[in-house]
Design a binder for this molecule. Structure first.
Ligand code: MG
Length: 341
């Protein structure tokens, strides 16, 4: 099998503030795996804070190229992915780009969409949340209006103007909201106070309230919270699930964190055994990685897959949203068409 790859840069429709300035782009790499005239597409997305970049992904993929050239059968996917995982310890986005392309290829060879290969029922997809980044009240109100087609809003908080942000949204919308604190509540007592304040405000769940490594406090909060708590930064891969099972009500699985669809599926099965709730999330991604993640959403409670909606230069057509509901298509593999590269 032949692997090729293309570095690319995604531009946000709306650049946003970060600690040291404005973020307006995300680097990505598109992968292609060819086998007997068929092509599987994959994608790695590298938000700067996760430590991967064009350089690290390209150098990883150079090594992956050699491994793939040794294999002549994409159905040896388990062995291929195991060897790819062994190249380096991290590089999870680069690994995901191989995993996604292989799943796309296998779907094309079997002439089936991946959601069918995972024994999903197309009807069972959740709604995606629509993300509102941290902003001034007037901008926030504008964003709420822009998300009018989406029945669930995802609100980012950071411990600074949290009550103002929530009050601003609640002044114009009663939609259920999911909250993402991104580790921004540094103290468990203040976190509990905020949770109590939020308890009558139609909040579905709160993601990563406390710093990721502080599992003792996460457990303390878990035992007291009236709102379900989800792990995002506290969980990356399959092997992390059992470590966080007594600290959260649910977990956020992202292909770029967990190395792709194969491991994400294993995580879903394990989380269900442990009675954990499930959310599938994303980074800033084209419809390629978003559609790949969407293939697994028939099995989860919530989805946060609006990444491709927020960028200007989406390279793919893929899954769509019908009034916010994830709508899988009947196309083979991950269900995408390359528009340009
Ligand atoms: Mg998050």
């Amino acid at each position: 099998m032949k692997l090729t790859y293309f570095p690319y840069t995604l531009y946000f429709k709306r650049p946003f503030k970060i600690a040291h300035g404005i973020r307006s782009t995300t680097p990505i790499v598109i992968t292609k795996i060819e086998y007997e005239g068929m092509i599987g597409y994959g994608e790695a997305s590298m938000p700067p804070y996760l430590g991967e970049s064009h350089e690290t992904v390209l150098s990883f993929l150079k090594k992956a190229e050699l491994i793939l050239s040794k294999f002549s059968d994409p159905f040896e996917i388990e062995s291929i992915l195991m060897e790819i995982d062994g190249i380096e310890k991290y590089n999870t986005a680069a690994k995901a780009s191989i995993d996604i392309a292989l799943h796309d290829l296998i779907g094309k060879i079997k002439n089936k969409p991946c959601w069918q290969l995972f024994h999903g029922d197309k009807k069972d997809t959740p709604y995606t949340t629509y993300t509102l980044g941290i902003d001034e009240p007037e901008v926030l109100k504008q964003k709420v209006l822009e998300g009018e087609d989406y029945p669930i809003l995802k609100v980012k908080l950071n411990g600074e103007n949290d009550k103002i942000i929530i009050d601003t949204i609640r002044s114009i919308s009663n939609k259920p909201i999911a909250i993402d604190v991104n580790q921004g509540w540094k103290d468990k007592h203040l976190a509990l106070e905020m949770i109590n304040w939020l308890s009558d405000k139609n909040v579905l769940f709160i993601e990563q309230a406390l710093p990721k490594d502080n599992l003792d406090d996460a457990n303390w909060l878990f035992e007291r919270s009236s709102i379900p708590l989800f792990a995002d930064e506290s969980i990356q891969r399959f092997s992390d699930i059992d470590k966080v099972k007594d600290c959260f009500h649910g977990i956020n699985i992202k292909l770029m964190k967990c190395t792709g669809m194969h491991e994400a599926h294993k995580m879903i099965l394990r989380a269900k055994e442990l009675n954990l709730k499930l959310l599938i999330g994303c980074m800033s991604e084209t419809s390629c990685a978003i559609s790949a993640a969407a293939q697994l959403t028939t099995k989860v409670d919530y989805a946060d897959l609006d990444g491709a909606l927020l960028i200007k230069n989406n390279l793919f057509d893929g899954i769509t949203f019908e009034n916010g509901k994830i709508t899988l298509n009947e196309m083979q593999g991950i269900g995408v068409i390359l528009k340009a590269l």
